[in-house]
Design a protein around this ligand. Structure first.
Ligand code: NAP
Length: 332
């Protein structure tokens, strides 16, 4: 049985190029005990993958050169030698970037595609949704009445973060995004109270206009100028959850830090980074609450689909360039 797989051919320096990747065919080995043959239906492209393309030391091992890349995917079991797994079931697993995968059953989770579409388990009901929930509840200690600012608000994590903040009692939710179309989506479809296009001027001024009374919580997906602006608008005992710093992911020089950190002294403010992988114990609680919010309409999500494994690299590059609204996914 042959699989098509996207391999990393060279480690990008700065912005990745299509030539850093190649789609190859490889014959799969026969299934062993405890393994599943899975035909992927949908796969995720995520900003963290940019970090794994580099060999700099990080929390996740670098992708190996000339090997297929890894990432979240949902597929249908075609053959099973794993106890408790049957052909026809959908499973969530970590062998994306390929059409057919030999998956260790211990690393696969059966998902119910009658309750939610397969793609939801990679987004709002998956890793990105849990990231938003963990960041708000555990890191930012969201409290009733907080004024919350979310950057990357039209993206997968940010869109959920703003809506969940509202559902958890935020008094005002402000978002930033990179186009007027995204700003309209964030305000009109996701129900943020205010949103701005960060290309329209200095982020500090745009944020002050959108949040004249300041902010209690900043959910940071972006870093850089956004982070400095948020520190500048932080109220007493404000909290900043550092989820991502996508503005720096393709930088060839280290980004300079915020120039106004001393403001944390006046505000007794706190900044804390986090990784969703450390908060898997929250997953059951989040799924239960998210199912309720999805049912009552307080949580909605869009997805941007790119069709075909041969366009998976385009989807990833498009994500870095902001071409997605909501979760960026590839229909394999
Ligand atoms: P996403 O927001 O759906 O997609 C990435 C978005 O980043 C793009 O659509 C683009 O939107 C924005 N962007 C790109 N360059 C930018 C820049 N220079 N300044 C501002 N925005 C920029 O991706 P996601 O999966 O939800 O991830 C969002 C962030 O969370 C990322 O930083 C990611 O690394 C992080 N994350 C962290 C964890 C964790 O465990 N800590 C887990 C998941 C994700 P615009 O058009 O608005 O620019």
């Amino acid at each position: 049985m042959d699989a098509r797989e996207v391999v990393l051919r060279s480690r990008p320096v700065g912005w990745p190029e299509p030539s850093d990747f190649e789609l190859v065919e490889r014959e799969l080995p026969p299934l062993e005990d405890g393994q599943l043959l899975v035909r992927n239906v949908v796969m995720s492209v995520d900003p963290y993958m940019r970090g794994r393309m580099s060999d700099a030391k990080s929390y996740a091992a670098p992708y190996a050169l000339d090997e297929p890349m890894l990432g979240g995917a949902v597929g249908v079991i075609e053959q099973s030698r794993g106890a408790g797994f049957e052909p026809g079931q959908h499973v969530l697993h970590g062998l994306g970037w390929r059409d057919l995968a030999v998956v260790d059953a211990r690393s696969a989770r059966i998902v119910d595609t009658t309750a939610a579409p397969a793609s939801a388990y990679l987004g709002v009901l998956g890793m990105t949704g849990l990231t938003a929930y963990a960041g708000l509840t555990r890191i930012a200690n969201l409290t009733d009445g907080d004024i919350v600012f979310v950057s990357g608000a039209a993206g997968a994590v940010g869109g959920v973060a703003g809506q969940v903040a509202r559902a958890l009692g935020a008094s005002r939710v402000i978002g930033s995004a990179g186009s007027d179309e995204k700003v309209a989506y964030v305000r009109d479809e996701l129900g943020f109270d205010a949103a701005f296009n960060y290309h329209d001027g200095k982020v500090s001024r745009l944020l002050r206009e959108a949040a004249p009374d300041g902010i209690d919580v900043y959910f940071d997906n972006v870093g850089g100028e956004h982070l400095e602006a948020a520190i500048g608008s932080l109220r007493l005992h404000g909290r900043i959850a550092i989820c991502g710093a996508i503005s720096a992911y393709n930088a060839t020089e280290p980004a300079s830090g915020p120039k106004n950190l001393a403001r944390l002294i006046q505000t007794r403010g706190r900044i804390q980074g986090f990784l969703v992988g450390d908060h898997q114990d929250l997953a059951g609680e989040y799924w239960r609450r998210a199912a309720g919010w999805l049912a009552d309409g307080s949580l909605t999500s869009r997805e941007t689909f790119v069709d075909g494994l041969d366009h998976a690299v385009d989807a990833f590059l498009g994500l870095l360039h902001g071409e997605n609204i909501g979760k960026m996914l590839v229909r394999v």
